[in-house]
Design a protein around this ligand. Structure first.
Ligand code: TEU
Ligand code: CA
Length: 559
């Protein structure tokens, strides 16, 4: 398999709004990130993925961009950005930018022009259609954030498409001028010296031009995905982007491709395709909902094993995988897949980290995950900031589909805001994130869970992540080895074997809070095998037949 730096890298995602406030306005910013570069260096990561820092009215926290070449005032200036990039590079850390080009903000000058008249030269930059009837949108599609995916614009009496909020109109990629604007903008950032892109909902940029009605589920709106996800020209556009921009630089590119299957991923990220380096799939974090994404059930381990193993085994040598539990759209991993009780929080956070970081692919750590940060104990609707959570509450309650109590339980489990509460740096007021009132509340458990405390404790979750990162740097098998799931039907234990040449690696993770009997392959418990990492710090005997609650370990053998 071909060696590449981005296959060997560990990525750390920063959600700037919630990372570190340097100027006391309660909002994280670029200089805050700069102050914490030494922390990231200590952790050992190679790449920062920066969630959007561009000028934005913040309807969706920066995923609605009104100027791609300006920094959001709240985050600082372009000079601050340049300084951050320079200092990161001096520390051996690369930065990849979030590229949000399925849509812009409705306050982007292109859209202001576009909506101003039917004849405006920018009209075709967006997707405008006549309504079906007087007050009936062009089709029945629902938007990801609730309501119709169409907004009627009174000025010209036509509708524009927005797969997300009405303040995020979709760009018309059919229009060559749009593509050229986007490519020129990307090139401008590349010339600045950035190291790549994470491409927001890039699987949705091409729509079936006839925009047919979608199947109606739950009696609300039609499903646009057959016509707008992996649409007819998505690969044509990405090949064009690759040719015109990406191939001219040494970049890392990862596509956010909701709804992607293994077969489809090979097209986006196959080495011969000249499109992207890798994609994010969502199979392990989606599909568990009772009402759309909403649920309060724990994920099913058998399904999780099946899904992650399929991606490990079937993507093959030709395409590359992204590994993640968490991002800014997901609840906290330890609360969701592990156990955030005080008894098991640390050990289960380490178990999850072991399970993911010993797999093949490029691992992503979401800010705070390396501390074992947990979900927030939300009790009131007024505590939420996220447009998705607030809209879902309004819509689902409004339509009588769910009660207030049930919806609050769902939000307590799955709201995107769990990921967005401030980084917990120390035990001073507001967790050292800010000396003002933060834009969203700090999790009250910051006295117990914070970076300062974990840095001082060599058995902390933080130092465990450091160790995992070092192992990946020292053992090729972790990056490039083959993967095989063992104990397939076990409902508590996730175990797999990696192999590369004469080397073998056994990874075993107990996902349950009970001691569990196992029967692990003999060879890993011979004298010449070593235990590379273990999440219980008392000097346990290497155990072939019993696992403690949430126990995890990796055993290595060189024949
Ligand atoms: O998310 C894309 C996406 O598919 C979301 O609908 C995601 O599934 C949802 O947030 C999960 O609840 C990207 C960004 O990551 C997200 O933050 C943005 O809100 C969205 O695109 C629009 O830009
Ligand atoms: Ca600030």
């Amino acid at each position: 398999m071909e060696r590449k730096w981005w296959k060997e890298a560990i990525v750390y995602q920063i959600y700037p709004r919630s990372f570190k406030d340097s100027n006391g306005d309660g909002i994280g910013d670029l200089n805050g990130i700069r102050q914490k570069l030494s922390y990231l260096k200590l952790l050992g990561i190679d790449v920062i993925w920066l969630s959007p820092v561009y000028q934005s009215p913040n309807d969706d926290n920066g995923y609605d961009i009104s100027d791609y070449k300006k920094v959001m005032d709240e985050f600082g200036t372009m000079n601050d950005f340049d300084d951050l990039l320079k200092e990161a590079h001096e520390n051996g850390i690369r930065i990849i930018m979030d590229l949000v080009v399925n849509h812009t903000s409705d306050e982007h000058p292109w859209f202001l022009e576009s909506r101003s008249s039917r004849e405006n030269p920018y009209r075709d930059y967006y997707i405008w259609r006549e309504g079906k009837g007087e007050n009936e949108p062009p089709n029945n599609w629902g938007s990801c954030f609730g309501g119709s995916a169409w907004e009627k614009d009174e000025k010209t009496g036509m509708y524009y498409l927005h797969l997300f909020s009405p303040k995020q109109p979709d760009l018309n990629w059919e229009n060559e001028a749009v593509r050229n604007e986007v490519f020129e903008m990307m090139d401008w950032w590349c010339r600045k010296g950035i190291d790549g892109f994470r491409m927001d909902v890039i699987s949705m940029i091409s729509k079936t031009p006839s925009l047919p009605d979608g199947e109606v589920k739950e009696g609300l709106y039609g499903d646009f995905s057959p016509y707008a996800v992996h649409g007819p020209k998505v690969h044509t556009y990405l090949k064009e982007m690759n040719k015109k921009v990406l191939s001219n630089y040494d970049l890392m590119t990862v596509g956010e491709t909701a709804g992607v299957t293994v077969e489809e991923a090979r097209k986006y990220a196959g080495s011969g395709e000249q499109e992207l380096n890798m994609v994010f799939h969502f199979e392990h974090v989606e599909g568990d909902g009772e009402l759309r994404k909403w649920t309060d059930k724990k994920p099913d381990l058998l399904r999780l094993k099946r899904v992650l193993s399929r991606w490990q085994e079937e993507l093959g040598d030709d395409a590359w995988n992204s590994l993640y539990w968490d991002n800014h759209d997901q609840p906290r991993a330890v609360s969701r897949f592990g156990d955030d009780s005080s008894r098991y929080r640390e050990v289960s956070a380490k178990m999850l980290a072991t399970c993911l970081h010993m797999m093949r692919g490029t691992p992503y750590i979401y800010q705070g995950e390396e501390l074992g940060m947990t979900n927030y104990p939300f009790t009131e609707l007024s505590q939420f900031r996220d447009i998705e959570s607030l809209n879902a509450y309004k819509e689902l309650i409004g339509k009588g589909l769910v009660s207030h109590e049930t919806m609050m339980r769902y939000l307590r489990c799955k709201s995107r805001d769990h990921a967005r509460t401030p980084m917990q740096w120390d035990d001073s007021p507001e967790a050292g994130f800010t000396n003002a009132v933060p834009w969203i509340s700090v999790n009250p458990n910051y006295i117990e869970i914070n970076a300062e405390k974990e840095l001082a404790d060599e058995n902390s979750v933080f130092h465990y992540y450091r160790k995992l990162i070092k192992l990946r740097k020292n053992y090729e098998i972790i990056v490039y080895g083959n993967y095989e799931l063992i104990m397939k039907e076990d409902t508590r234990v996730f175990a797999y074997v990696r192999s590369l040449g004469d080397e073998r690696l056994l990874v075993v993770c107990n996902f349950s809070d009970e001691e569990t009997a196992v029967s692990l392959p003999e060879e890993f418990f011979r004298e010449d095998a070593t235990c590379l990492i273990h999440n219980y710090n008392d000097s346990l005997q290497q155990r072939q037949s019993r696992l403690l609650p949430y126990e995890a370990a990796a055993y290595y053998l060189h024949k």
